[in-house]
Design a protein around this ligand. Structure first.
Ligand SMILES: CC(C)(COP(=O)(O)OP(=O)(O)OC[C@H]1O[C@@H](n2cnc3c(N)ncnc32)[C@H](O)[C@@H]1OP(=O)(O)O)[C@@H](O)C(=O)NCCC(=O)NCCS
Length: 260
């Protein structure tokens, strides 16, 4: 269990035995002042302009700008809009010819980014939207073992369990890089209250549950979030969580918590 992480705006050095997680409050426009599009490539600016919803446009622009700004630090000062990103055929982005790996997610109020050196990572945040038919959704996206565990829970426990499993599963398929085309029923995660975040089984050819480490990220009551990290040497020493708080290159401090 990791809690109440102390955070700063400028990333410390990223080493191969730590993961950095950054979150951005998308409802705080002052968090990223200035012309964000200057940090984007022309193609990204065009993609941003194409969003019909102003909110979605802001979310995309702000998170991509923060991604590029942080990558610029991690890559030793390369200009943000000159960092070359490539996309696999399922949509996962990576930095061309660099060991630095990352992933991102956004939902509701939050954007989240994670960074690692030399190992695959995936992250997911979800607003726990009301009014969803969770039992029906569980049948669609959970494995038989997960459905059995989910249905054994009381009605009051099910909403939390659903979003716990959902974000752990999304983080896993995003770490793999194939997204939901990987097959959401081909692996099992823990979901019961009080059980540590864990990949219980993977039936994906060539994969093993021991290849991956899951962790929950605490985003408060309204959101669920999880991180999935490839288990490779050296062993993971820590997951360091930072909140981007809008003082640019200053030393602003804020904190949030993670557990694994
Ligand atoms: C696309 C997908 C990877 C995530 O979708 P999502 O949860 O709607 O979106 P998130 O905000 O978490 O992530 C979006 C980011 O993931 C990244 N991404 C896209 N495809 C990806 C992939 N195959 N692997 C990893 N990351 C990917 C992109 O950078 C994207 O950011 P962008 O919108 O700025 O380009 C995919 O898993 C999906 O389609 N999910 C649908 C939701 C669902 O049914 N989930 C069931 C859960 S049990």
């Amino acid at each position: 269990m990791i809690s109440d992480w102390l955070c700063r705006c400028r990333p410390p050095e990223l080493t191969s035995d730590v993961i950095h997680v950054w979150r951005l409050d998308l409802e705080a426009p002052e968090a990223l002042p200035g012309d964000l599009t200057a940090l984007l490539t022309q193609a990204e600016s065009e993609r941003a302009r194409a969003f019909l919803s102003a909110r979605r446009r802001h979310e995309f622009t702000a998170l991509r700008a923060l991604l590029r700004r942080l990558l610029s630090y991690y890559l030793g000062g390369v200009a943000a809009n000159e960092i070359e990103l490539t996309e696999n055929r399922h949509g996962k982005l990576s930095v061309k010819n660099a060991e630095t790996q990352f992933n991102l997610s956004h939902s509701g109020r939050w954007g989240v980014l994670c960074f690692a050196l030399g190992r695959r990572v995936g992250v997911d945040v979800e607003l726990k939207s009301p009014g969803l038919d969770l039992s029906r959704l569980a049948q669609r996206v959970f494995s038989p073992r997960e459905i059995e565990r989910f249905e054994s829970l009381s009605a009051g426990e099910r909403k939390e369990a659903f979003f716990r499993a959902w974000t752990r599963k999304e983080a896993f398929v995003k770490a793999h890089g194939e997204g939901i085309s990987l097959g959401l029923k081909r692996f099992d995660v823990t979901l019961e209250p009080g059980r540590v975040a864990q990949l219980l089984a993977s039936r994906i050819p060539g994969d093993r549950s021991g290849n991956w480490q899951l962790a929950d990220l605490d985003f408060g009551l309204e959101h669920a979030a999880a991180l999935c990290v490839e288990r490779l040497p050296p062993p993971l020493r820590s997951i360091e969580c930072f909140e981007w708080d809008g003082v640019g290159d200053g030393d602003g401090i804020s904190s949030f918590s993670a557990s694994h």
